[in-house]
Design a protein around this ligand. Structure first.
Ligand SMILES: [Cu+2]
Length: 255
């Protein structure tokens, strides 16, 4: 059987972005590819022009002296072509931007609260569940190297937390992000999410996870001395397993 390994955490000598796990990230990657294609053409063209100019700047290669001082047609062309390119880019860019902001009826809400220097979470509003008013709460600290199980293989240094937040796949989720003290930023590259956690303000996001996996992220807004030590870990499970997990957890009560 063939398993594809996804890049959901930083890897050695990584040069490209993480593998997408949400529709948002797929859109971002596609747009990135379009941009790169266009940029390559522009760089090649401008590079050729530059080489051409340098070559003919030398008297040996260009015996004739030209004496024109302006060219209206050329001005029009080299002003309108970049404008057209920008216009061409604006359509996919705005489409992506507004698609990312779209909130489609969420079945579950995850509240994220940034603290100096850890994240706390609350999962509530289980629409398909009888225990509607109950919620799951987590407080996630970073695991120091000594706190990890004995042989430290398979763990990520500075990325592991004491608890992992579990979310269902193929479900519309709503994230409400805020902070308790200073600015933080909640980020998961594989989901294409990065949102500021501002104290006194709720930022809303939508998330649709497409595959099962363990996803890593880090705080992305300088928030104090331990800013680099407040990672984010999300585990996504199939909907049925998630439902079972929530029911068991609520039955047993908080730990
Ligand atoms: Cu931070």
């Amino acid at each position: 059987m063939y398993f594809k390994t996804y890049c959901d955490s930083p890897a050695f000598w990584q040069t490209y972005l993480h593998d997408p796990a949400s529709i948002t990230m797929e859109g971002i990657l596609l747009f990135n590819k379009h941009l790169l294609f266009l940029i390559t053409i522009i760089v090649l063209f401008v590079g050729w022009l530059l080489a051409f100019t340098i070559y003919y700047f030398s008297e040996q290669n260009n015996k004739f002296q030209s004496n024109f001082v302006h060219a209206k047609e050329l001005e029009i062309v080299w002003t309108s072509i970049p404008a057209l390119i920008l216009l061409l880019l604006s359509t996919p860019s705005f489409t992506l931007l507004y698609a990312m902001d779209e909130i489609s009826e969420p079945e579950l809400s995850l509240k994220v609260l940034g603290h100096q220097w850890f994240w706390s979470y609350e999962i509530s509003e289980f629409n398909s569940c009888q225990k509607k008013d109950q919620s799951l709460k987590y407080v996630c600290y970073m695991m120091v190297l000594d706190g990890l199980p004995k042989n430290k293989q398979g763990y990520f240094r500075l990325l592991e937390t004491n608890k992992r937040v579990i979310l269902p796949t193929n479900t519309h989720l709503r994230l409400l992000v805020s902070a308790a003290d200073v600015l933080h930023s909640w980020t998961i590259p594989s989901f294409g999410l990065k949102v500021d956690a501002c104290p006194g303000r709720l930022n809303q996001l939508n998330l649709f996870i497409k595959r099962v996996g363990v996803f890593f992220g880090q705080c992305s807004e300088i928030c104090g001395v331990n800013h680099g030590f407040m990672p984010i870990v999300i585990v996504s499970l199939p909907t049925l397993q998630f439902h079972h997990y929530v029911m068991t957890k609520l039955e047993l009560g908080q730990d």
